[in-house]
Design a protein around this ligand. Structure first.
Ligand code: GNR
Ligand code: NI
Length: 167
């Protein structure tokens, strides 16, 4: 297994649109294992392949405290969504920044598992938020892009300053 490097916002590669996985095979399963290890080490509750500079539609999520409920979504699609709720989000690609985002609070997602088998899951609450957050990454969208232009400009200045001071 391997811990992969996570791209940091604003890195233009985070805006790459992921292609569908054509065949779920051993290479896909190795990517899933490495992504899971990277997510647990960070630690985070989800990770999209985009964040590790692999532009294929692969997501891992584990919102359990025990880190033993890994969920894998390959080529995920939202079949239905309903409701709305606002919650604080963070992102491993934008460390230390937490902002409120409004999203659907129920989603029905269809995806392939690690064996390439199709499944459907209904999610609500924090799980629904995480799945939507990760699916945004696959479309090249980072959660801070939901904020106002003013907030985004301030955020970029803050990150620049922070990186300058970290050198
Ligand atoms: O670890 C993460 N926490 C989190 C908290 C609130 C909403 C979404 C997330 S996902 C994030 C990991 C990450 O960046 N996934 O892309
Ligand atoms: Ni993220």
């Amino acid at each position: 297994m391997a811990i992969l490097q996570i791209l940091q916002y604003p890195d233009e590669r985070l805006h790459t649109i992921a292609r569908k996985v054509v065949q779920v095979n051993d290479v896909t399963r190795k990517l899933v294992r490495d992504m899971a290890e990277t997510m647990y080490a960070a630690p985070g509750v989800g990770l999209a392949a985009t964040q590790v500079d692999v532009h294929e539609q692969v997501i891992v999520v584990d919102i359990s405290e025990t880190h033993d409920q890994l969920r894998v979504f390959i080529n995920p699609e939202i079949l239905r969504h309903s409701g709305e709720s606002e919650g604080e989000e963070g992102c491993l690609s934008v460390p230390g920044i937490y902002e409120k985002v409004r999203r659907a609070d129920h989603v029905t997602v269809q995806a392939l598992d690690q064996e390439g088998k199709s499944f459907t899951v209904q999610a609500e609450g924090f799980l629904a938020v995480c799945i939507q957050h990760e699916m945004d990454h696959l479309r090249g969208k980072v959660f801070v892009e939901y904020l106002s232009q003013l907030k985004q400009t301030r955020l970029r200045a803050k990150l620049k300053k922070r990186r300058r001071e970290a050198l």
